[in-house]
Design a protein around this ligand. Structure first.
Ligand code: GLP
Length: 242
């Protein structure tokens, strides 16, 4: 794993946005893998700036998001669908019909999961995926487990993830308990992966991901096995690397 340490989240945002823009310039029909959470926001802000400067054109880009809560509507202000439009898609010229966010809404959620994996495969696979990391080492909503889950699936969120995400909801009772997420296998199929960790509260997770054993108890550690991963850390999240 290639590890790069930057001074602060803003600098990481610029660096990762430049990578994404370069991917689009090189291949205007590329498939981008998108993430939610607060971590990618500086990257999305910097990408919007590059778009406004005329550096990058998203008109033929397609995208797939990592995950979505089960049980809230797309218009809910905390849905990941809405998050992506509020923070990126409505500010660049990507076509709404070219973006996909998991939509766990049918009678049989397993069918939604299988259809999502099939859609990614049919599109040719993700060229460049951005990831954040949870405090417990989760990526997307792949929580610590005894095995690495392969395909897109439905998960029960852990108490630590519910606690971490309650800041976005009126109360902890409003945080959805389940989510649909790309599996570890789905994520590992991306041709290139960028994982961003910022803040002192991510230092333990970043250390376990980079220096720990490959262990499904730290889902992000699987990235050590991917041939093209760059971890972007700020000084705070890199503080335990040694
Ligand atoms: C959620 C998302 C993850 C994200 C994580 C960390 O659980 N499903 O994709 O990486 O939160 O979020 P944040 O970046 O806000 O710390």
């Amino acid at each position: 794993m290639n590890v790069q340490v930057y001074k602060d989240p803003a600098q990481i945002g610029k660096a990762v946005a430049t990578l994404f823009a370069a991917q689009v310039v090189k291949n205007p029909d590329c498939i981008l893998g998108m993430a939610t959470g607060s971590t990618p926001l500086p990257t999305y802000g910097a990408l919007v700036e590059l778009y406004e400067q005329g550096v990058v054109d998203f008109s033929t880009v397609r995208s797939f998001n990592l995950d979505e809560y089960v049980g809230i509507s797309r218009s809910h202000e905390q849905s990941y669908y809405r998050f992506m439009f509020d923070n990126l898609f409505s500010k660049i010229n990507i076509k709404p019909e070219n973006v996909q966010v998991p939509f766990p809404a049918s009678e049989n959620l397993e069918d939604d999961c299988a259809a999502y994996d099939a859609a990614i495969d049919a599109a040719g696979g993700v060229d460049l995926q951005i990831l954040g990391i949870g405090h417990n080492g989760h990526i997307a909503f792949n929580e610590p487990a005894s095995v690495f889950p392969f395909g897109t699936h439905i998960v029960d969120l852990t108490q630590s993830t519910i606690e971490a995400n309650k800041r976005f909801f009126d109360s902890i009772d409003d945080v959805p308990r389940r989510a649909m997420t790309m599996g570890i296998g789905t994520i590992m199929k991306a041709r290139e992966i960028v994982i961003v960790a910022t803040g002192a509260d991510k230092a333990d997770a970043a250390c376990a991901m980079i220096n720990g054993p490959v262990d499904p108890q730290c889902p992000a550690s699987v990235l050590q096995l991917h041939p093209a991963v760059t971890a972007f850390l700020d000084e705070a999240s890199a503080s335990r690397l040694g």
